[in-house]
Design a binder for this molecule. Structure first.
Ligand SMILES: [Fe+2]
Length: 319
């Protein structure tokens, strides 16, 4: 089996730069995922975020999760559950305006650590977007600009725990999906595995690695790159022992950003006829909310139909 791509970002500054850029390109084309080490975010900060997040789960989330499990009778299910996930979550927003100060039940030092971590991740996301531009032959800043809209990108974090699950074969930690947005940066548990991606029809585990950041690409990057890069299906299998922590941050387009394939990446005349759609990011997210756990292709088709309808309406209006 091929090895899951691990990128050492230190090597971007030395004589192995070209080989490292090629590894990133290969990961974007063939995996939709890669894992970063030496990404520039302090290990001490990551340890603090991890410790406080685990303490917060024990103190504020665990009891609530157990009550949910008991109220739905999930311990004793006999057949596959396909309408919920075995996860305990809360959300943070960083951009365009942070809500970290208002999220209930967080200790002050936890808020501070999460905010500082988000600043590092935002920087890393923008650095990665420019590395992708370089590999794609797009001008520096193209992807950042494509995500900008009128108020800048949307950046948020989903903090999750996947508690030990008595029936992991019947209830997924998180059902299979592709991510809707731009680029996703994940700080995953270094002990408890469970994240898997679909490659060539097989589920492959994303190996836990201390202090690494796992990157994956969302549907918007597939559209902008005209399918050169792909968003890839992934899921979480809860473990029967061990609680998995997962802190996923989503660097996404602004709600009014207009997303479409980069003209420089539409190489052939015939591709123009069946290229990916052009749409406002917010409209995509409205659609995604109801069909997250379904294939992405019908989403792209629905957006294309919306684009075509708008175009013909436009023609009527100006006729
Ligand atoms: Fe995801």
């Amino acid at each position: 089996m091929e090895h899951f791509p691990v990128i050492n970002m230190d090597k971007l500054d030395g004589e192995e730069r070209n080989a490292t850029m090629e590894m990133i390109n290969d990961a974007c084309e063939n995996w939709g995922f890669f894992e970063l080490v030496n990404h520039g975010i302090s290990h001490e900060l990551m340890d603090t975020v991890e410790r406080l997040t685990k303490e917060h789960y024990k103190k504020c989330m665990e009891q609530r999760f157990k009550e949910m499990v008991a109220s739905k009778g999930l311990e004793a299910v006999q057949s596959e559950i396909d309408d919920l996930d075995w996860e305990s979550t809360f959300f943070l927003r960083h951009l365009p305006v942070s809500n970290v100060s208002e999220v209930p039940d967080l200790e002050e030092d936890h808020r501070k650590a999460l905010k500082e971590f988000a600043v590092g991740l935002e920087k890393l996301a923008e650095q990665l977007l420019d590395l992708l531009c370089e590999n794609l032959g797009l001008e520096k800043g193209y992807l950042k600009k494509a995500f900008y809209g009128s108020k800048g990108p949307t950046f948020g974090t989903k903090v999750s725990n996947y508690p030990p699950c008595p029936k992991p074969e019947l209830i997924k930690g998180l059902r299979a999906h592709t991510d809707a947005g731009g680029i996703i940066l994940l700080f995953q548990d270094d002990q408890v595995s469970g994240l898997q991606l679909l490659k060539d029809g097989e589920w492959i585990g994303v190996p836990p690695m201390r202090h690494s950041i796992v990157i994956n690409l969302g549907d918007q990057l597939e559209v902008i790159t005209n399918g050169k890069y792909k968003s890839v299906m992934h899921r979480v299998i809860a473990q029967s022992d061990g609680n998995r922590m997962s802190i996923a941050s989503f660097y996404n387009p602004g709600s009014d950003a207009v997303i479409y394939p980069a003209p420089a990446l539409i190489e052939k005349e015939e591709e123009k006829k069946h290229v990916y759609p052009k749409f406002v990011f917010e409209d995509y997210m409205k659609l995604y909310a109801g069909v997250k756990f379904q294939a992405k292709e019908p989403r792209f088709e629905a957006m294309k139909a919306m684009e075509n309808a708008a175009t013909s309406l436009g023609q009527i209006a100006t006729a």
